[in-house]
Design a protein. Structure first.
Length: 307
């Protein structure tokens, strides 16, 4: 074997273990710290919680903590209507916004995939361009657009479509606009990556067999783009469930979402254990659709391998 093609066994092991090391350092370890904190008790101290495990006692302290482990934070989380209401509101906003993103993003991605190669790259750059600006600045810009004396009301008044400014800021409509605008690239890019691989000869064959364009879309384009639809929906739905910046800036104090509730528990109430319990439950709930999607992908791969 030539020296150029040779790789040291140590380097190969490092490449194989790199994802596991990354996930352990930046996901598993922080999650375990948050999980441990969720079983603690709030206290007037710095930091504002009473640890469950007394490490000075060694293994005996760990065993004592496990025997006396309490689920008070999780019990309160499941019994208090405030947390249930904020979770349901977040689910509603994230679900509706995901549907709107799919309805808006699919035509954009389909049009991009049908463009000539040179023009396609330019249009794709325009889709990615908002990522070059701070997320916070982009949300702040919508305040200047949606406020009563903002650009939108000024344009509608100038056109004569309204006689008085509309109250859009600090409403659910403003939150929905912010969510759809901010997460639209996350829907377009996975759909585009799937649609660009679509074999257009299948559509031509369907038309030769007498299928209308609408029938060809429902029978061929949409089923073949299902992986992109699922990926885009998950990429948008999961972060929108825990969104804090958009409801805080555009929705006002009356907008109750789980991200704002978590922030209030952590910073306003200084109840770190309860905030940690909220984070753990939210993460567990969001892992369910990811695991279900992975299972569907595995079944689809097994079905293709068996054919």
């Amino acid at each position: 074997m030539s020296r150029r093609g040779y790789r040291a066994p140590g380097a190969q092991r490092l490449v194989r273990w790199a994802p596991a090391i990354w996930l352990t350092l930046f996901f598993a370890t922080p999650f375990l710290l948050v999980l441990r904190l969720s079983f603690s008790e709030a206290a007037t101290a710095q930091p504002p919680y009473r640890p469950v495990i007394d490490w000075s006692e060694g293994l005996a302290g760990v065993w004592t903590a496990l025997r006396g482990l309490r689920l008070d934070n999780y019990a309160l989380l499941l019994s208090d209507p405030l947390y249930l209401a904020s979770a349901l509101t977040s689910l509603q906003y994230a679900g509706v916004a995901t549907v709107l993103l799919l309805l808006i993003g699919f035509p954009i991605a389909y049009a991009l995939a049908r463009q000539p190669e040179g023009r396609r790259e330019l249009l794709l750059l325009l889709v990615i361009l908002p990522f070059w600006t701070s997320f916070l600045i982009r949300v702040y810009a919508w305040i200047g657009i949606l406020k009563p004396e903002g650009l939108l009301n000024a344009a509608l008044l100038w056109l004569g479509l309204i006689s008085t400014p509309l109250q859009i800021m600090n409403t659910g409509v403003a939150v929905m606009i912010g969510l759809v605008y901010s997460y639209l690239p996350f829907m377009v890019l996975p759909l585009y990556a799937t649609l660009i691989k679509l074999d257009h000869s299948l559509l031509e064959a369907a038309q030769d067999l007498g299928a209308t364009p609408a029938r060809a879309f429902w029978s061929i384009t949409l089923p073949l783009s299902a992986p992109g639809v699922a990926a885009g929906a998950l990429l948008c739905f999961i972060p929108m469930m825990g969104e804090f910046v958009i409801p805080d800036l555009l929705g006002g104090s009356d907008t109750l979402m789980i991200g704002r509730t978590l922030w209030s528990e952590f910073f306003s109430n200084r109840d770190w254990p309860m905030a940690s319990a909220i984070a753990v439950v939210l993460l567990a709930a969001l892992l369910a659709p990811i695991l279900a999607w992975r299972r569907l992908e595995e079944r689809a791969a097994e079905a293709e391998a068996g054919q």
